[in-house]
Design a protein around this ligand. Structure first.
Ligand code: AHM
Ligand code: MG
Length: 337
């Protein structure tokens, strides 16, 4: 008999006492929002939702990146679905300058939701997998008003994290700190069905993912690691490596959770003042927790990502994650070159 996401969450709540009912509801609402984003993404050229956002204020978000119409639609879907339920205090998104506090007309809960509504959105037009990444924290301060400060908690404090990948299948991947579970959207039933539990990332791999066009900008430890992989059987690693780069973190991480691998978006010299391209709160923290829950590792080269103390909501970070032994190797090259 198939197990729905609802049943999985009820069991996590009831039998395991792992999640309170408000968190269960929150996750159900996020999943519902993902379903609706999946439908919008699926329409492709049949809808009117492809393309960049054209507005008088320009087409860039707070990060200086071009916004797609579907970025905005996905953001609105998540906000509207989540703001009235009473389980959230506030939300923060890669696509919004500042936090979105639950309006006064609705009851306020104790959770904080962060998301990248449509990760990898440069892939929308070319019909390649994209996804939604989310992370949930608990508001710890007793202050009545929620501020950005409430969000600035390390990744170890997450109470739930996951992503939904919109690919050939729509798959929701979730952790509440009890391993990683995958749910596939059954479009006939309209519900997410558990398709894999206890997901495990193999400790070793022969597959790496990095944007090789940035090679000349990398730091020495990353260059050394990739050079050694490229040297193959004849090189110091004594084996051939394969390479993949989808330019959609959700899809790259999904592959790694499925068959192992290492993903790197390291700091590079293009914009030396930025610690990396990816965002700590919306991308690195939730993905790092999922990877760790599946037995993998995630660092910024020097430190475990989940231990980083965030200073800003839109903070960026260097990311190295995936199969444990490979991540440890790259990290070792940074720490003791
Ligand atoms: P986005 O959140 O604006 O889509 O950017 C993040 C994406 C990641 O999904 C992906 O790993 C990376 O950017 C790809 O970057 P690049 O085009 O530099 O290879
Ligand atoms: Mg993103």
């Amino acid at each position: 008999m198939s197990i729905s996401l609802t049943r999985y969450l009820v069991e996590e709540q009831r039998a395991k006492g792992r999640i309170p009912s408000e968190l269960r509801l929150l996750l159900e609402v996020v999943a519902r929002a993902c379903k609706s984003i999946s439908h919008a993404v699926n329409k492709g050229a049949l809808g009117s939702e492809l393309g960049d956002v054209m507005g008088s204020a320009g087409i860039e978000n707070v990060q200086g990146e071009v916004q797609k119409k579907l970025d905005i639609i996905a953001n609105d879907v998540l906000i509207e679905a989540n703001e009235w339920g009473g389980h959230l205090a506030a939300m923060a998104s890669e696509e919004m300058d500042s936090i979105h506090v639950v309006p006064n007309r609705y009851p306020q809960g104790e959770y904080l939701l962060m998301f990248d509504p449509l990760d990898g959105s440069s892939n929308i037009e070319v019909n390649v997998s994209i996804g939604t990444i989310f992370s949930v924290l608990k508001k710890v301060s007793n202050n009545a008003a929620v501020t950005e400060q409430d969000f600035l908690q390390p990744g170890t404090q997450q109470v739930a994290a996951g992503y939904c990948v919109y690919g050939p299948q729509t798959t929701l991947v979730l952790t509440v700190g009890d391993g990683v579970a995958m749910f596939t959207l059954d479009r006939e039933q309209g519900s997410f069905v558990l398709t894999q539990e206890n997901v495990k990332v193999p400790e070793d791999t022969k597959e790496f993912a990095i944007n090789m066009s940035n090679m000349r900008h990398w730091d020495a430890p990353v260059k050394r690691y990739v050079d050694e992989c490229l040297a193959g059987k004849e090189g110091p690693r004594g084996k051939d490596f394969n390479m993949r780069w989808i330019a959609s973190m959700v899809a790259d991480v999904h592959r790694i959770l499925t068959r192992g691998g290492i993903f790197m978006y390291p700091w590079d010299k293009r914009e030396p003042e930025k610690p990396g391209k990816l965002r700590l709160m919306y991308e690195a923290n939730p993905m790092s927790w999922l990877i760790e829950q599946a037995g993998g590792a995630a660092t910024n080269g020097n430190q475990r990502i989940l231990d980083l103390e965030p200073k800003q909501l839109h903070q960026r970070v260097s990311v190295i994650l995936g199969s444990k032994n490979e991540v440890e190797r790259v990290t070792k090259y940074h720490v003791t070159p």
